[in-house]
Design a protein around this ligand. Structure first.
Ligand SMILES: C[S@@+](CC[C@H](N)C(=O)[O-])C[C@H]1O[C@@H](n2cnc3c(N)ncnc32)[C@H](O)[C@@H]1O
Ligand SMILES: [Zn+2]
Length: 351
């Protein structure tokens, strides 16, 4: 038997899935649970239980339920909870059954691949918060188009900003699932790290708020030729690019509302014990401007046939021109701005 340690938990993993590379994801999940002052939390797809056990011990959440459909995982969950003196509820059900049986203040979905098959039940069960991980970045980001269409009931598009496309495809589905139940999401923190998308949603109850939130679900009309894009509230694209007149492609429906809540993120940043990597990631997320999608600095310079200068200088020029502009955690070469492509190109040219 091999014993592992992560955070304040010592645990076994034999017979269940454990990926140490997801530690950053769990570190932030624990800090978020603590910052939100959760009292009840369901780890719906627990495997070894490391996620829920850390939330119980490190975030001090009173009522934690660990669930996994696998009998081996269930045995492990019982052992791992006892080993850490944690009084968690442990169950061995199909997550969708449990989610239909019971409501939880916070529901966390961390499945293999896509969370889409759990979203209807999780949207119903979650009273205040829904945390979601998706590891199927190829369908989400448009690399596997048909799978993206099937799983997310949307048309994703592979672009320079594909990582943010993935996040907004997932959020778009979550918003539509919640809206069917007269609920709506308020994203607190969204990040795409390594090969997964992770989002933390506050869930609001009410038909009016749900109607309002659906207004944030829209489309992106993208030009593959020059890389410019426009945001649309309905699926009626102009069909040709304003900038270079080439034919455009439409992606959506997608979430075009806010994806970060800087106040909520600062509360997470104030939690003690965050790793340097988590701090860095959260700080960038908190400082991202609200404009959806981003331009890739090197793609722009390649098209203009110029040597890339410093991103910070381009951002400063855009700000001086009255535009919002920031870096983005999605891509180290990303320029997030409400400026148009011609304006960004102008700012990228050497003085
Ligand atoms: C990616 S792992 C979870 C990892 C874990 N949350 C962590 O942080 O280490 C997904 C787990 O979901 C379980 N699972 C798969 N389908 C399920 C279902 N329908 N209901 C409940 N659990 C399920 C698998 O047995 C597996 O243990
Ligand atoms: Zn164009």
């Amino acid at each position: 038997m091999t014993l592992h340690t992560e955070g304040a938990i010592t645990f076994e993993t034999e017979g269940a899935f454990y990926n140490p590379k997801m530690m950053l994801n769990r570190d932030i999940g624990v800090a978020m649970s603590r910052a939100l002052g959760l009292t009840e939390y369901l780890d719906a797809l627990s495997a070894s239980g490391i996620r829920g056990l850390r939330v119980a011990k490190e975030a001090g959440v009173e009522k934690v339920t660990l669930n996994d459909v696998s009998p081996q995982a269930f045995e492990l969950l019982v052992k791992n909870a006892a080993r850490n003196d944690l009084d968690c509820t442990v169950s061995c059900k199909n997550a969708n059954v449990l989610l239909h049986e019971q409501h939880f203040q916070a529901v966390d979905l961390d499945p293999f691949g896509s969370p889409s098959s759990y979203l209807p039940a999780a949207s119903r069960s979650a009273l205040c918060y829904l945390f979601i991980t998706a590891t199927d970045t190829a369908p989400l980001c448009g690399a596997h188009l048909k799978s993206g269409i099937r799983k997310y009931m949307t048309v994703p598009l592979r672009t320079d900003y594909h990582r943010e496309m993935g996040a907004r495809v997932l959020l778009g589905l979550a918003a539509r699932e919640l809206a069917r139940l007269d609920k709506s999401p308020v994203p607190l923190l969204t990040h795409v790290t390594d090969h997964y998308v992770r989002t933390y949603l506050r869930v609001i109850k009410g038909a009016k708020a749900a109607d309002k939130c659906l207004e944030a679900v829209g489309y992106v009309e993208h030009c593959r030729s020059c890389g410019s894009f426009v945001l649309l509230s309905d699926p009626h694209p102009a069909g040709s690019c304003d900038h270079c007149r080439s034919a455009t492609t439409l992606a959506g429906p997608l979430w075009l509302g806010r994806i970060q809540d800087p106040d909520a993120i600062h509360n997470v940043l104030n939690c003690p014990g965050l790793s340097r990597r988590a701090e860095k990631l959260l700080s960038i997320c908190a400082s991202e401007v609200e404009a959806p999608m981003y331009y890739d600095h090197h793609s722009i310079c390649e098209r203009l046939n110029i040597t890339p200068g410093k991103i910070e200088e381009i951002l400063e020029r855009l700000r001086l021109a009255g535009r919002q502009a920031s870096r983005t955690h999605f891509n180290g070469l990303g320029i997030k701005t409400d400026a148009t492509l011609p304006e960004v190109e102008e700012a990228a040219k050497p003085e």
